[in-house]
Design a binder for this molecule. Structure first.
Ligand code: ZN
Length: 330
């Protein structure tokens, strides 16, 4: 669905901000991680709304194009989000998942949660872990990827496929690194319809401050919405959601960019028709982000890639971290 209308005024390309409808100028050309994805997402530009401190791609890909991309292409073999069925469970007890649990435990009482919806669940790690802590929790998800659906079903999830046509009301909606893939903000209206009174939405998105980081970013794809703390506060206000907490999390975004650069070198030439084996060089490159990820809590990279054994977060200003995490109340 096109929510962003393209118009031209005096040869300056502008697009309508999905939050406030302000006509925002084109600021950057969209950068692809995988060159071939232009086939699915088409030629895009990035526009920045000063009023909302929010950036967005335009023209937005259609629902049909996005469904095809996420159902059939996104997790294909040889791509960054390919899931190796023999290995995916090894990252269940990761520092990232443990930090999600710790965060949830700070703000929510797990004993009061009867059912959880994970929107864009992927492999559903967090709900699976929460059910281990409180086995009476019922797990539901919305996930279209064929490969992950079987994982989710084995983990006790019921896949609803759509937010329409069911009467279940949820205590907790989880959506981790999903909002940035959507082509509009309508999901917040839907969440209000499927939540109980005072239900919570727990989410994490990339932190995308326009002035500080956009110029240096290695790529945008396949993200379409680029959030900041100010834009999330505005969205919460517009949709009448209470902000329980918003926190900057994860690594410094300059370090994140090094990982993205690695990813681009490894994956940018992936072709759908050529789901080939990796070359030695690509294999070595493929190890780099993993090494970085494995040292999540104890390692910080210096500019020359020299690894230092110091606390990774110690020198990082909060607002320069790569993600924003939050809990909103319906
Ligand atoms: Zn705006």
């Amino acid at each position: 669905m096109f929510l962003v209308l393209l118009i031209y005024v005096n040869n300056v390309m502008v697009a309508t901000c999905p939050i406030c409808s302000y006509k925002a100028d084109k600021n950057f050309e969209y950068r692809y991680n995988i060159k071939e994805d232009i086939k699915y997402l088409k030629v895009l530009n990035i526009h920045y709304c000063q009023k909302c401190d929010f950036s967005f791609a335009s023209p937005m890909p259609t629902e049909k194009n996005l469904d095809n991309y996420y159902n059939n292409i996104y997790r294909s073999k040889g791509r960054p989000h390919y899931i190796n069925l023999k290995k995916f469970h090894k990252t269940l007890i990761s520092p990232k998942n443990l930090s999600y649990l710790e965060y949830i435990d700070t703000f929510l009482n797990l004993n009061e949660i009867e059912n959880i919806l994970d929107f864009g669940a992927g492999t559903g790690d967090l709900g699976f872990l929460l059910k281990k802590i409180n086995p009476s929790i019922k797990l539901y998800c919305i996930e279209n990827d064929k490969k992950t659906i079987s994982i989710l079903e084995n983990r006790g999830y019921q896949n609803l496929k759509s937010l329409d046509n069911h009467s279940i009301k949820f205590d907790l909606i989880i959506s981790l690194h999903c909002f940035e893939h959507l082509n509009s903000l309508k999901i917040f209206e839907k969440f209000k319809l499927i939540g109980k009174n005072r239900s919570k939405i727990f989410f994490e998105v990339p932190n995308c401050p326009f002035n500080d980081s956009f110029i240096d970013r290695p790529y945008d794809s396949p993200h379409l919405l680029f959030f900041t703390k100010r834009s999330l506060l505005k969205i919460a206000k517009d949709f009448k959601l209470n902000v329980i907490n918003l926190s900057f999390k994860d690594i410094e975004y300059n370090v994140d960019f090094l990982e993205m650069k690695s990813s681009k070198e490894l994956y940018e030439n992936w072709h759908e028709k050529n789901k080939r084996k990796l070359s030695i060089k690509e294999f070595i490159l493929s190890l780099t982000p993993k090494i970085i990820r494995n040292s999540y809590d104890a390692v910080m990279l210096s500019n020359n890639l020299k690894i230092q054994t110091t606390l990774r977060y110690k020198a990082v200003e909060l607002n320069k971290r790569s993600c924003i995490r939050g809990i909103l109340e319906i």
